[in-house]
Design a protein around this ligand. Structure first.
Ligand code: NAD
Ligand code: UPG
Length: 487
């Protein structure tokens, strides 16, 4: 099989009039919106078992925050004088499947919470349930596209399920087409992808299905960026990309500890290292540790796969990346306690940022969760502000799920100023532009002088994202601790 470029189809291409996407989450929603916006003659129906999510997608208060998403959804969903609406949202999964020629499956694949591989393997139950529904409902031929991130070999299992319970008169083709978008930049990543990866069987009908999907992307992605591989390579490449990105951040974070112990500066080190063309400058920012729904889950999954293949050394190698990430979060929390004279009892601490990164309201695996828990555990009073995370989510993460938080020790604030009022320390946990004093753009910038005036001694700023200029903050009488720098 050719690894890149166009392979000649030996079977005719499928006619795609209707596309369905099962799963209306962070991947299914934005991906479907972009496909619909770039293919006005194709109907795209997004479906989900979660009624609240679907009704939010139909409104102008979308269920997720992503810069530029509302405009893209509105363009395709609501139509205009020059285009008919072609993006639809529904909970009628069976009807959406029945009408579709091509079906993306973008359901969640979280880490298993019980059974074999608990805490490590990815849960494919939601995916299997979606596939079973397709098998039961489909009366016409379908291309099924695995969009979710899955364990190696899942496409083969999907084919087995379809063979076992699907209508024998219906032909199914299964493709792997992993998604590489990052939250906060999802629209940009979808519109200008580094690559589109399509894995297929090398049979004539597999190649024909692959080319059919390629055509859907070709309306806006250059051919040179659409690469085709074997199904297994595609599934593994997705896990590998996330594992290597997480490992890269961990490399830098491990060096940040050496910097703090010696006086070297992690920004200078990252910059010098990243200028090597072979290494490159991206994903080299030291931080409180990586978060998000993907890196940890996918590295756990990769390590578990290695273990099941009797490769314990490989499993241990990837697991160590996660251990170091936990260490980085704990190291930061302990540094706060140490600087505040080894006790947080009766101390007030402002937390700026709760999302796992800027430009998203998502808190899945956010480092802020475990760092806040560690501070609460030491007796701190926390005042917390994030511009996009809903209050109920913070509550769920810190209080409801067996955490240390209570209504007495956590206050969720409407502004950064409210959160920072009368506190001993400010802790930056998400790199929102408004917390930076380096931002040249006025409206986004927080007035740190105003904050400094209302703080209590010892007036510490713990910047877990290195977004502040320490010299400027020190001029305001603040003591500053950055990641990977000893000032
Ligand atoms: N979040 C990201 O940035 C990102 C990026 C690339 C890949 N991925 C992968 O994409 C997949 C989806 O991730 P997400 O963040 O969009 O998840 P999500 O939890 O936001 O959305 C998944 C949706 O699928 C729905 N669902 C589950 N089972 C269903 C079923 N049987 N029928 C209909 N709907 C069903 C859920 O109700 C949910 O709304 C995961 O495998 C993830 O690893 C995520
Ligand atoms: O230099 C960096 C870059 C990121 N991070 C942190 O790493 C985490 C993940 O960030 P990022 O990768 O930007 O966001 P995700 O939305 O988790 O996207 C990752 O996970 C997705 C889900 O699989 C993939 O599709 C994307 O390609 C991959 O980047 C966040 O906590 C960031 O703050 C750092 O600490 N330092």
């Amino acid at each position: 099989m050719q690894l890149n470029g166009h392979r000649d189809s030996v079977s005719p291409l499928w006619k795609v009039r209707n596309v369905c996407c099962i799963g209306a989450g962070y991947v299914g929603g934005p991906t479907s919106a972009v496909i619909a916006s770039k293919n006005p003659s194709v109907g795209v129906t997004v479906t989900d078992i979660n009624e609240r999510r679907i009704s939010a997608w139909k409104s102008n208060r979308l269920p997720i925050f992503e810069p530029g998403l509302l405009e893209t959804v509105q363009e395709a969903r609501d139509g205009s004088a020059s285009r008919r609406p072609n993006l639809f949202f529904t909970t009628d999964i069976e009807a959406a499947i029945g009408a579709a020629d091509l079906i993306f499956v973008a359901v969640n694949t979280p880490t298993k919470t019980s059974g074999r591989g608990v805490g490590r393997a990815s849960e494919t139950g939601f995916l299997e349930s979606a596939i079973r529904t397709i098998a039961e409902v489909a009366e016409t031929d379908k291309i099924i596209v695995e969009k979710s991130t899955v364990p190696l070999g899942t496409a083969g299992l999907i084919r087995e399920i379809l063979d076992a319970i699907g209508n024998p008169g219906v032909h199914f083709e299964v493709l792997s087409n992993p998604e590489f978008l990052a939250e906060g930049t999802a629209l940009k990543d979808l519109l200008l992808p580094d690559r589109i990866l399509i894995g297929s069987l090398s049979s004539p009908s597999g190649i024909s299905a692959c080319d059919t999907l390629r055509n859907l992307y070709s309306t806006w992605v250059p051919q040179s960026k659409i690469i085709t591989t074997h199904l297994l390579s595609s599934e593994l490449a997705k896990l590998a990309a996330n594992a290597m990105l997480g490992q890269r951040i961990t490399n830098v974070n491990s060096l940040s500890a050496i910097c703090e112990a010696t006086g070297a500066n992690i920004e200078e080190v990252s910059n010098a290292v990243g200028l090597d063309f072979r290494i490159g400058p991206k994903m080299l920012n030291a931080s409180v540790g990586f978060g998000g729904s993907c890196f940890k889950k996918d590295i756990l999954s990769l390590a578990y796969i290695a273990e099941t293949l009797h490769l314990p050394e490989i499993a241990a190698y990837w697991t160590s990346v996660l251990e170091l990430n936990e260490y980085q979060k704990d190291r930061f929390a302990q540094r706060i306690v140490r600087c505040l004279y080894s006790t947080l009892t009766n101390k007030k601490i402002a937390i700026l940022g709760f999302a796992f990164k800027k430009n998203t309201g998502d808190t899945r695996e956010s480092p802020a969760i475990s760092i806040c828990q560690a501070l609460l555990d030491e007796g701190a009073q926390i005042t917390l502000y994030d511009p996009k995370v809903p209050k109920h989510q913070i509550w769920a993460d810190l209080v409801c799920n067996g955490g240390e938080g209570t209504e007495e020790n956590i206050t969720i604030c409407e502004t950064a100023y409210q959160a920072c009022h009368d506190v001993n320390a400010v802790v930056i946990l998400t790199e929102w532009d408004e917390f930076s004093n380096r931002q040249p753009v006025e409206p986004a910038r927080m007035d740190w002088e105003r904050v400094a005036k209302t703080m209590r001694q010892p007036r510490y700023v713990f910047d877990g994202r290195n977004i502040t200029d320490a010299v400027e903050l020190q001029k305001l009488g603040l003591r500053v601790e950055h990641i990977g720098k000893s000032l």
